[in-house]
Design a protein around this ligand. Sequence first.
Ligand SMILES: [Zn+2]
Length: 172
Amino acid sequence: MQSPRLFSSCRINYLPTAVEYARIKADPEKYEQYLLREATRQRNRYWQNPEFRRRTKEKSRLRKVGYRNTREPYARRTVLYNWVFRYTWFRDLPWKSHRPLLYNQGIKHTCSSCGMSRNNGSKLWWTDPGTFTCHTCYTKASWDEVMPEGYGDCRTIADVIARRAQLGGSPP
Ligand SMILES: [Zn+2]
């Protein structure tokens, strides 16, 4: 009797390489099996791993409120940029280490963190004061560090507006 090929059933978290994947995809039957296996794997992971479950729920919540890309720090960089540009009151919140400086045209500063100064300048800088940090470097820190005092757990502008009301700010 041929010995069973156990390796494929043991490697629960095994993902195919690009070459293997191309081979699977070329065969409709294999591809269907693969999709079923993947769906089962994801479902098991969802129900067996509380952290994965939490992340999945959070991602779907963020997609609903307009995050195109939920990967941090990219998501943080994009939403903060939008909020600073759109909402004057947002710029005036109690910032921690740096506050946003918004120009109506691209301005060249040297970033105190990465040392770069973009060729066309940048409309948004973060100031210490006295030093300038580019938006990319500033938003690399955690949400808690980059958000204003009391707003560390806010992820959407609705969260921010609700917190502002809680903290006694007048409605924007
Ligand atoms: Zn920088």
